[in-house]
Ligand binder design. Structure first.
Ligand code: NAP
Length: 282
């Protein structure tokens, strides 16, 4: 019988996960189907019960349910608990187990660029949910240092305080980040600034960036943000948000099926949905 996989979110119409996972199920001859479900926060518990009752193989969780899902699960992986958010749930012998593949997906995307985290001084721009997952995952890998720059500096300071891993880390303002940009080997943009429809926004200037740096923007709509265009003009290497999206999905697929899927195929598929091409500069 066909196994059901799903993504729960609100809104959910924009999600590219169904196209990405359904293509993989058919490519690997797995008798399964992946469906999006719009679930209001007050119905989340019932939705999880329903998925369990019908024996769903697993599901993804997206905004606004990534933290709220935790009490409805049977077990939660240690890193996901530390991050305080789950994006992937696996049905293991009738038990729903939660994981967070967002930060690990981001790190896997970096491996393609040959960057060593342990030798990098990192700047994360933003202090929201995505920043938290990436920050804690990178901190666990033992980087030289990770600084957090945010519009609301208090939120960055709170994030630094809550990090469960002992690494050199400080909270700074966006203007301080602009001035000290040249100190960083890896810069990760995680705010909403520059996301469609605000294409002319940029949270921080890239004027002082070093040309050896790698700049990643996790926004994938547009494919290339204004910040990435400026970083590229300054000679830095860039990585678009599709990489993190593809690898968080690849890690989820591996948890459900035991197969680590063809990331190139996934990237092409997602780019096609977004109307881009594989020539988009990474
Ligand atoms: P969130 O928790 O709401 O955090 C939003 C962050 O953006 C905060 O740091 C906020 O600063 C900052 N911000 C918002 N508007 C800003 C502006 N105009 N100027 C400067 N900073 C601004 O959101 P999230 O869940 O972390 O998601 C953030 C982004 O990541 C979204 O664009 C999302 O699509 C993307 N994302 C991508 C992937 C992927 O797989 N590629 C995965 C997850 C998320 P304050 O604290 O000052 O409000």
């Amino acid at each position: 019988m066909k196994k059901l996989f799903a993504v729960l979110g609100d809104p959910i119409g924009h999600s590219m996960s169904p196209v990405m996972h359904n293509d993989l199920f058919s490519f690997y001859n797995i008798d399964a189907h992946y469906l999006p479900f719009q679930v209001k926060p007050e119905n989340l518990g019932d939705a999880v019960k329903g998925l369990k009752a019908i024996g769903a193989g697993g599901f993804n969780v997206t905004i606004p349910h990534k933290s709220a899902i935790i009490p409805f699960l049977d077990e939660v992986d240690e890193l996901a608990l530390q991050i305080g958010a789950v994006n992937t749930v696996v049905n293991k012998n009738g038990k729903f187990i939660g994981y967070n593949t967002d930060g690990l997906g981001f790190l896997k995307g970096l491996a393609d660029d040959g960057l060593s985290i342990t030798e990098s001084k990192v700047l994360i721009i933003g202090a929201g949910g995505a920043a938290r997952g990436i920050y804690f995952t990178i901190a666990k890998s033992g980087p030289k240092a990770v600084d957090i720059a945010n519009r609301t500096v208090e939120k960055a300071a709170k994030l630094v305080e809550e990090c469960p891993f002992q690494i050199p880390s400080k909270a700074i303002s966006l203007s301080e980040a602009a001035e000290t940009m040249g100190e960083y080997d890896l810069i990760i943009q995680t705010t909403m600034s520059g996301m469609s429809p605000n294409l002319d926004e940029q949270p921080v200037s890239m004027e002082n960036i070093q040309d050896q740096a790698l700049v990643c923007d996790i926004i994938y709509n547009p494919l290339e943000t204004k910040l990435l265009r400026e970083a590229k003009q300054k000679g830095a290497r860039i990585q678009i948000g599709i990489e993190m999206f593809v690898y968080q999905g690849a890690l989820a697929f591996e948890k459900w099926t035991g197969i680590f899927p063809d990331a190139k195929r996934m990237r092409e598929n997602v780019l096609q949905q977004l109307g881009g091409t594989s020539n988009v500069n990474r």
